[in-house]
Design a protein around this ligand. Structure first.
Ligand code: HEM
Ligand code: HEM
Length: 414
């Protein structure tokens, strides 16, 4: 499929930064350099969520919303540079750099929100959007909210302040980004690819989008303001928010679960990646509901929730849902280019997904492997299957994205 050059560029920048995520993930899995410090873990986390996932989502946003006369090469390059700088600032541990580049990253995110909002036709246009596009617009809206909370943390730390204990800024930031932004964007893009025209506006579709949007925001706000809500509301609200998100996901399963299951699982196309992402989305939301239950039972004491469960939930979203969505998107956009290393498609698909499933199962059953001696915890054996498959995906897809579309190279040869 022919897509604009800027879509390809955004995917390329994302893949390059994802290399760092995967290498740090391998170091963490094998523990061959010992336990990773907090700065390095935050680099693993934000190189993945901003460098890989959000650069990829920028590519998807351009693909879905750009107009013919848009020239987006400079915004895409500046976004990649800002993101790379912020990721390195996380690694440096220098608070002032994190503050400055955190603010520039927020500017990048607000720009892309504004881009989809205006291309969607503003407030009047949004009321006519189909369900996949509406999901992406609302997902990016939650990304702006979550990123504003993240930058607030960053600016407070850069200006020498301690974080307020009365607001759970970090918890609210993390939940808005995963339980709101990622859920909506993944559901929207998956439907756009799997169901096509079936994504037109319907009451059930609108119920799905707004349940997911409100569920994500209410969960974030209920964590942010827990100490002001009074004990009963602080206990009840996260549960209510989780129920809204679960109801939204049930509608996802009803509306296009069957199309996902019917995907061509043995064909080396992007569709099976996108279809399996829908399965991981259901798993992630269920794990999130269990985590919220633990959090409520621990009366908001995050140190009492299971680290294995938290990391299982993280990788369900980041690898199971988003890496599959983006690998799927790249395969769809490169379908008309020479298929270099054709054998790699099956290794990447099965390695990434069986590796992720085994990693998640180990984290849930045995628990977190952090701090264990090298190769003494099962995480050391299963996470590398996922990490090496991701690295193979990065190399294969970067080469394919650099190749000219088949029609163009045939014309050049003639
Ligand atoms: C402009 C964008 C962003 C900024 C400024 C930002 C900032 C931050 C900061 C300051 C922290 C706390 C670091 C610490 O513990 O010292 C954090 C943690 C975190 N962020 Fe972000 N972030 C951004 C984007 C994202 C995105 C897109 C995601 C996910 C999709 C994400 C997920 C998380 C998670 C899961 C945590 C860990 C919370 C914990 O420790 O439990 N962030 N972020
Ligand atoms: C988008 C991609 C990814 C993101 C956003 C991400 C995020 C995270 C986060 C938030 C943590 C918890 C860190 C903490 O303790 O604060 C973590 C841990 C970990 N990550 Fe990733 N990750 C990604 C990809 C990968 C990949 C490709 C591997 C491959 C090996 C990997 C392996 C690990 C391992 C082994 C742990 C420690 C788990 C444990 O034993 O508890 N991650 N990651």
């Amino acid at each position: 499929m022919r897509v604009r050059a800027e879509v390809t560029q955004a995917f390329q920048y994302g893949l390059i930064i994802f290399t760092l995520t995967a290498l740090l993930g391998l170091a963490n899995a094998t523990q061959i350099f010992g336990a990773l410090d907090r700065n390095t873990l935050l680099t693993h986390l934000h190189s993945g969520t901003l460098g890989w996932i959000t650069m990829g989502v920028i590519g998807i946003a351009i693909w879905i919303f750009a107009r013919g006369d848009d020239d987006l090469a400079a915004p895409v390059m500046l976004s990649a540079l800002s993101t790379a700088a912020y990721v390195m600032a996380f690694w440096s541990g220098v608070y002032i750099l994190r503050g400055v580049f955190g603010l520039s990253e927020l500017a990048v995110i607000v720009y892309w929100w504004w881009f989809v909002y205006t291309r969607a036709g503003g407030w009047a246009g949004i009321r006519r959007l189909d369900i996949p596009k509406l999901s992406v617009v609302l997902g990016l809206t939650t990304l702006v909210v979550g990123s504003t909370l993240g930058v607030t943390v960053q600016v407070l730390l850069a200006t020498g302040n301690v974080l307020p204990t009365s607001f759970d800024l970090i918890g609210a930031h993390a939940t808005a980004q995963t339980g709101g932004y990622l859920v909506l964007v993944a559901a929207g893009f998956a439907e756009w690819q799997l169901a096509g025209a079936a994504g037109k506006r319907s009451t059930l579709g609108l119920a799905q989008v707004y349940l997911l949007f409100v569920g994500g925001l209410v969960l974030a706000v209920s964590l942010l303001l827990a100490s002001f809500l009074g004990p009963q509301l602080a206990q009840a609200l996260p549960g209510v928010a989780t129920l809204l998100t679960l109801a939204g996901i049930v509608i996802v399963a009803v509306r296009f679960g069957r199309t996902a299951i019917a995907a061509p699982w043995m064909a080396a196309s992007g569709m099976r990646h996108i279809a399996v992402a829908v399965g991981f989305l259901v798993l992630a939301v269920i794990l999130q509901a269990i985590l919220v239950q633990q959090f409520i039972a621990a009366q908001g004491d995050v140190t009492k929730v299971s680290m294995g469960l938290l990391h299982a939930l993280d990788h369900s979203y980041f690898i199971g849902v988003m890496t599959n969505v983006l690998f799927g998107a790249i395969l769809v956009t490169t379908a008309d280019r020479p298929r270099l290393w054709p054998w790699a498609d099956h290794v990447i698909f099965w390695g990434l997904n069986l590796g992720a499933a085994a990693f998640i199962a180990v984290l849930l059953i045995v628990g977190s492997g952090e701090g264990a001696k090298p190769f003494t915890h099962p995480v050391s054996f299963v996470a590398p299957i996922m990490g090496l498959s991701a690295l193979l995906g990065i190399a294969t897809y970067l080469m394919r994205l650099m190749g000219a579309p088949a029609a163009v190279s045939a014309r050049a040869r003639a």
